[in-house]
Design a binder for this molecule. Structure first.
Ligand SMILES: Nc1ncnc2c1ncn2[C@@H]1O[C@H](COP(=O)(O)OP(=O)(O)O)[C@@H](O)[C@H]1O
Ligand SMILES: [Mg+2]
Length: 699
């Protein structure tokens, strides 16, 4: 791609023009011009061309243009006047230094008298570029170049500073060039004591814009000038503007110090940056030992911009640009291909994606269907399970009920058997009692009469013996045969024992009747002791055991009991069962004891007492304890004794019903308690408690 060089550099020239130069009429006094030049002004109004970060710095004008067509003393901007001013001459800092060096009194002069006429100018056109300006500077050793339009009108001024500024960012100043390449070694330096007037003279004489102030330093026997400050043309302008006595002032009083010194090996880029930072137009270059080596100014910076070199660089750049463009085009083609490939892939992807999505949707629908089916199945199963659970619970309940019913049936059965037994025993006993009662009553009722008769007859026999001592033989024989004396002595005894026996039979009958109490199926107030006694009476024959030799003693510790409200027949049945069990246990122990002779005599202890209720003191209980010193029982047996049909006795002997019936009679019929305390070889005690007065509704 070809580059339009002219337009590139024309733009550069345009951007280097300082558009707002100071302009004065030729009649303006030099003093006034000095004051104007000392004022700080905005250096470059074309801020559009600057990077936005860099505000235009305020600097002092280093020159004024002397123009015609203006009222004396007035200044104006080129653009604000319709009538274009005509350039007559230029007045720069250098002129002030020159006048100062010549000892001219500036107060009485006008600028028209001291200005440089026929100033070197440049006309803005397509052919002029920034290098034209640079070569003019170099050729004429000037630092100000007024720019005129095609019609001779003043456009502005170009200075090395404005060019340098226009070229920034100064990429064109190769970063690989050093300070030593461009620095000027023709430096004017003076000691610190030099007068300012002499300094101005030196500047004018050597046509330099500054003088470096040095101190002498010695190194290895040599004297080396060491820069400590600098005085420039601008300083002279300032002193003149302030109207100071330049002859009396010494360099050390007015110089700019301390100095920032560059090293010859520093990059030009650093010099450029430091000038910008310190806002100065030149920098001193010093060696390792601080000795003065040279000076770098804006003009010398611009030397780096040799037009020939610049063009070479531009060509290189252009080549680089062309290469880059080619590369870019290639990569562009590659990219387009890639984009095409990607588009193709994208389309393929989209198709695949759509297909996948379709598949996913289908699968999702299938899954949802399966899920719904599963859920339905689960629901059904749950229902079945619940139904099963319900029916199981129902079955369990039924089983329980059945078990209960069976138990109660068993109990009823045993109760029936027992009560049948009891009732048949009762009726038997009652029948016997009734049958015996009459004959016994005959005997019992007549026996007293019989004794009386016999006593009378014996009395008569005694009298016969007394009054007829010699009986006839046959009577005598009879007396001997029958042993009359013995009979007489024995007969009263015999009668007496008959009396006792009949009395005993009467008692038995009474007990039998009392025990059976068949007629008493209702609650009655009875004497518990009476029931116990009649039961013991019936069991008498088992207590006075013949075979074992030793009888069973019954110890009675009866308390003082009131009549108790109860079913007497049922209660007697309880006593009967418990006492029978005790006797049987003791009998069993007897058989055991035949092998090991015992120490304690076999006995049954019956204790009765009245006990108050713990929670209701006014309610009273009768407590009957029946204890034996038999073999007792194990824990396992003890746990089961109240269960129906539980027995440890051999078949045919025990039914296992006795205690279960007892428990039922005491607990259910009488609202009482029946418990057993026993340990193996420690005997056994049954304690039964029933309330003295039955609570309504019990039984
Ligand atoms: N006084 C006691 N001493 C030891 N064991 C006893 C006593 N009373 C009852 N038992 C035990 O209790 C069991 C159940 O008694 P029971 O219900 O009257 O039925 P059965 O007398 O027909 O065996 C008896 O087989 C016996 O093992
Ligand atoms: Mg029994």
């Amino acid at each position: 791609m070809p580059i339009d060089k002219s337009s590139l550099y024309f733009a550069a020239l345009e951007s280097a023009i300082h558009l707002d130069p100071l302009m004065v009429a030729p009649e303006t006094p030099v003093a006034e011009v000095l004051a104007l030049m000392s004022q700080l002004r905005s250096s470059c109004p074309i801020s559009d061309l600057l990077p936005t970060s860099e505000a235009p710095p305020k600097i002092r004008s280093s020159c004024v243009l002397i123009v015609e067509c203006l009222p004396p003393g007035a200044t104006t901007k080129t653009t604000s006047s319709n009538q274009s001013p005509v350039l007559l001459g230029i007045f720069t800092e250098r002129d002030i230094v020159r006048l100062t060096a010549a000892g001219q009194n500036l107060k009485n002069l006008t600028v028209g008298e001291v200005m440089t006429r026929r100033a070197i100018t440049i006309t803005k056109s397509h052919n002029q570029d920034i290098f034209t300006a640079l070569s003019l500077f170099r050729h004429h050793k000037i630092r100000h170049l007024p720019v005129l339009g095609q019609g001779g009108e003043i456009l502005g001024v170009i200075t090395p500073t404005s060019i340098r500024r226009a070229l920034q960012p100064a990429n064109l100043i190769s970063q690989l060039r050093y300070v030593k390449d461009v620095m000027s070694t023709q430096v004017i330096h003076t000691p610190t004591t030099t007068s300012v007037l002499d300094l101005a003279r030196l500047m004018a004489e050597h046509r330099v814009s500054c003088v470096v102030i040095c101190e002498n330093a010695s190194h290895q026997g040599k004297t080396l000038p060491k820069p400590v400050g600098i005085v420039t043309e601008r300083d002279i302008v300032q002193f003149q503007a302030l109207d100071l006595d330049l002859e009396k002032m010494q360099a050390q009083q007015v110089m700019s110090a301390p100095l920032f010194c560059l090293s010859p090996d520093d990059f030009l880029w650093l010099a450029h940056q430091e000038m910008q930072r310190l806002r100065v137009r030149r920098l001193v270059v010093a060696g390792n030992r601080g000795e003065l080596l040279g000076i770098v100014s804006q003009t010398s910076l611009l030397q780096a911009l040799e037009p020939t070199e610049m063009y070479g660089m531009i060509e290189t750049l252009q080549r680089a640009v062309e290469d880059g463009t080619k590369e870019l085009q290639e990569s562009n083609t590659r990219l387009s291909e890639e984009i095409w490939e990607r588009r193709k892939a994208e389309v393929a992807l989209k198709t695949a994606h759509d297909e996948l999505q379709k598949k996913v949707e289908e699968r999702t629908a299938e899954l949802q269907k399966a899920n719904a089916l599963l859920q339905e199945d689960i629901k059904r199963r749950e229902q079945v399970e619940a139904a099963l659970r319900r029916s199981e619970a129902h079955l369990r309940k039924q089983t329980e009920q059945l078990e209960k019913a069976l138990n109660s049936l068993k109990q009823t059965q045993s109760q029936l058997i027992q009560s049948e037994k009891m009732s048949s025993l009762g009726s038997l006993v009652a029948g016997i009692a009734h049958e015996i009662n009459n004959p016994v009553n005959f005997i019992y009722g007549n026996i007293s009469h019989a004794s009386q008769y016999i006593r009378d007859i014996l009395k008569l026999v005694k009298l016969y013996k007394k009054y007829y001592p010699e009986p006839v033989d046959i009577i005598g024989e009879q007396i001997d045969d029958m042993d009359l004396d013995f009979m007489v002595s024995d007969l009263p005894k015999l009668l007496e024992s008959m009396q006792v026996g009949s009395e005993r039979i009467r008692q038995i009958v009474l007990s039998l009747r009392n025990f059976s109490r068949l007629d008493e199926a209702e609650m009655k107030w009875v004497d518990v002791h009476e029931g116990l006694e009649s039961t013991l009476f019936i069991l008498q024959h088992r207590l006075e055991v013949e075979t074992d030799g030793e009888p069973i003693t019954v110890v009675k510790e009866y308390g003082n009991l009131p009549p108790v409200e109860c079913y007497p027949g049922a209660l007697n049945q309880v006593f009967m069962n418990i006492l029978t069990n005790a006797i049987e246990a003791l009998e069993r122990q007897g058989t055991l004891r035949e092998n090991s002779p015992s120490t304690a005599p076999r006995c049954i202890t019956i204790t009765t007492q009245l006990v108050p209720d713990r929670s209701e003191p006014e309610k009273q209980w009768v407590e009957i304890s029946i204890a034996d010193n038999g073999p007792g029982m194990t824990k396992t047996v003890l746990r089961k004794i109240f269960e129906p049909f539980f027995t440890t006795k051999p078949v045919g002997k025990g039914t296992g019903l006795g205690l279960s019936i007892c428990h039922q009679i005491i607990a259910e019929k009488h609202g009482g308690q029946l418990e057993c305390v026993s340990q193996p070889n420690q005997g056994c005690e049954f304690i039964l408690r029933i309330p003295v007065r039955q609570v309504k509704g019990t039984g």
